[in-house]
Design a binder for this molecule. Structure first.
Ligand SMILES: Nc1ncnc2c1ncn2[C@@H]1O[C@H](COP(=O)(O)OP(=O)(O)O)[C@@H](O)[C@H]1O
Ligand SMILES: [Mg+2]
Length: 247
């Protein structure tokens, strides 16, 4: 299947973000266009201050754009109430953060179950899904450990299982290896590559080009402007490689 035939999970057009501080206003994203197709592994890479976190917050429905359009899995995000945005976020996005954001008093499996509780899933089904997600990340033997009893790499894998458990169409990772040593970071990136091979759509945000190069597609952010970077493409599926000029 060519990329053009796949669903557009993220469709961003002419997106502008302006922060206002008193009388001053500052444009942080300038007319950003970005389309992410189902099954892609895209890295957004750029230096500090380039607008990555602003972009991540908008993609993750934690913030809204000042103008322009953002369709997430076909739904225009602009104009939705905070409650609706929270629901969209819970259903469409699996978040993976630099600092894992696990609850320290809960075990691995309880952490993974948490977003499923918000979704109203019953106990038995919830547990089964959480177990499956933990198996996917190779932590079936650590399900009842608390975060403090796990290494950093294991904690990040619990966080990835939590992101997977709700089967969201998109995984959104913000500097997922930022708190890990190089070797452990490599393991987490290898896991993400595996998830990609198994069909998951991943958006990875990082300042580190070496990390970005693990993705199949790289877009660069600089001073609030996004540009596609073909030189860094790796791990492309043949189907994607056959698209002329990659839209
Ligand atoms: N809430 C805010 N209010 C005002 N300016 C902000 C706010 N958040 C970020 N900025 C500014 O927007 C620019 C981009 O920031 P950010 O998106 O955090 O970039 P990055 O994540 O790439 O470091 C920076 O100049 C930053 O100072
Ligand atoms: Mg940032």
């Amino acid at each position: 299947m060519s990329r053009a035939d796949r669903a557009k999970l993220i469709e961003i057009e002419k997106l502008v973000k302006t922060y206002r501080m008193g009388q001053e206003s500052m444009n942080v994203l300038h007319d950003v266009d970005l389309t992410v197709y189902q099954g892609e592994f895209v890295a957004i890479v750029g230096p500090s201050g380039s607008g990555k976190s602003t972009m991540m917050n908008i993609i993750g429905c934690l913030d809204i754009a000042s103008s322009g359009s953002y369709k997430l899995d076909g739904v225009e995000v602009k104009g939705q109430s905070d409650n609706k945005l929270a629901a969209i976020r819970n259903q469409k996005i699996g978040f993976i953060f630099q600092g894992f954001q696990l609850l320290p008093k809960l075990t691995a499996i309880e952490n993974v179950e948490l977003p499923l509780i918000y979704r109203g899933l019953a106990g038995r089904e919830r547990r089964a899904r959480a177990e499956e997600a933990l198996r996917t990340v190779g932590l079936d033997d650590r399900m009842h450990h608390r975060p403090s009893e796990l290494s950093g790499g294991q904690q990040q894998r619990v966080a990835i299982a939590r992101a997977l458990a709700g089967e969201p169409p998109i995984l959104l990772a913000d500097e997922p290896t930022g708190a890990l040593d190089t070797r452990t970071g490599q393991e987490v990136l290898a896991l993400m590559e595996n998830l990609h091979r198994n069909g998951h759509t991943i958006v990875l945000i990082t300042h580190d080009m070496e990390v970005a190069e693990r993705a199949e597609r790289i877009v660069r952010m600089k001073d609030g402007v996004l540009t596609e970077d073909d030189s860094g493409r790796r791990n492309r599926r043949e189907a994607v490689a056959s698209i002329p000029n990659g839209v």
